[in-house]
Structure formats: structure tokens, C-alpha cells
Design a protein. Sequence first.
Length: 267
Amino acid sequence: RRMKRGKGDKKGTKNRDVSGQVVPLTEPVVVAPPMVGTRSWIGGLFTRSSRRQDKSIDYTLSPLQEERLQKLQDRLLVPFEETRIDHQESLKALWNASFPNINLTGLVTEQWKDMGWQGPNPSTDFRGCGFIALENLLFSARTYPVCFRRLLLKQKGDRAKWEYPFAVAGINISFMLIQMLDLQNTPKPKCLPGMNFLKLLEEDENAFDVLYCIAFAMMDAQWLAMHASYMEFNEVLQATRNQLERELSLDDTHRIQDLPAYNLLFQ
């Protein structure tokens, strides 16, 4: 069935029936609509890009970098558990930040599709990225609420009839950043983007969460610039990754605020 979006809909974007499951971080995220056969909506991208590694660089972490990287890597190991009260409360908080005037009827309800989850139980979508994906979404909603709602409600630009589902796109952005920055490589990233990111992390403990918000805003800007539709999300996310890698490599980037795309958070 078709993903519906009404510009005048007070609930925002309607995302319907995107089939498939989000898979563990060791594999590419695949969300495959039934009408496309073997081609996936978000697939292959991470298989290709994860193999594109910069030549390994040996470097020494400062004590602060080491501490903050360890905290971030520890976050990656936390799965989303629908039976945990704190995880349930975080999910409810995300709903309240997204639709403050609409009461959530339950943790399993068709209402979640309005936010762009694949089905009535969003907990099944976190299998691909764990609790950090929810933390990223919630950080975005609380720290940059205007930008968050603009993206959630698809308020900017000439949109395609078939839009990307907001929440599932958010999970894929978290996944893409983890892969791009080589954060699962212990004790430290071996790629140039990951090394450059650690400089930002030393300046700001929330650098990963802020970079997530930047990446989401950048992805949406790429979506509009490419006049993309549902099946082109894969290409849009690859273009977003390429741009992020370029910005992270700029010589004058010393803080997360130095990234040119940082300004997208305030448009």
C-alpha cells in the first residue's frame, strides 16, 4: 500500500506498511517493500560503503578522548528492551515530543506508523541499532525541536508523493554514522573520518548526537535537492555520507559547530 502524507494533516506525515526487519549491526539495514522484488529500499549501501576503508592510521588518544569514546562505544552495546521501564519511558517521551497534543494509546498501537515506524510496535525496529537510535531521536527532539518537527512533519520543500518514513530513516542514519566513523572498531576507529570525529568528541561530549542531528537535516536537504522518492533513499543516504566525510576532513574543523552543515539545524 501507498505511504500517504497530507500537507494539512495535523498529525504530520503518514507512513504506512513498510515491510521487512531491521537487522543486527553486523549486516546492512534492509527495509524492503514488497513491490520491488530483490531490490531493497535501504540495502546494499552499507555493504558497499563499509568496505570502503581509508588506510589505517595509527594515532594516540588523549585521556579525555579515550574516556568519551569508551562511553560512546558502551552505548552501542545497549539493545532496546521493550520490557525495561526506562526504555518505555524514553519511547513515550519521543511520542510526546513529536505529537504533544495527541495522547498515545499504548506502546503497541497503529499510532506509531504516523511517526514512520514499520508497524504498531516500534521496539521491533530497534533490532538494527539498539537503544542509541532512540537516544539520537530523543536528543534531536529535545535539543533542536524546531528542526526535529520540520523533518518529522515534512514541512519544507516540494515533496514526493512517496516519502521516506521518518523514524526508520532515523535508525538508518544512526547505523550509517556508526559504520562511517568505525565506532565498533576497538579500541579506536581506524579510518580517517573516525579519527577526525574524535577531535570533535574531545571538544563536545555530545558530538555524536549532534552529528546525528546534522546528518538527518543534511539527508533531508539532499532528498529535496535530488527530488528523491521512496526508492531512492539509498542513493540519498550515500550522498549524505559522502558529504559528511568531506566536511569532517576540512582542515578548519575543530568543533562540531565548524561543520558547514551545522547551520542546517537552524533553517
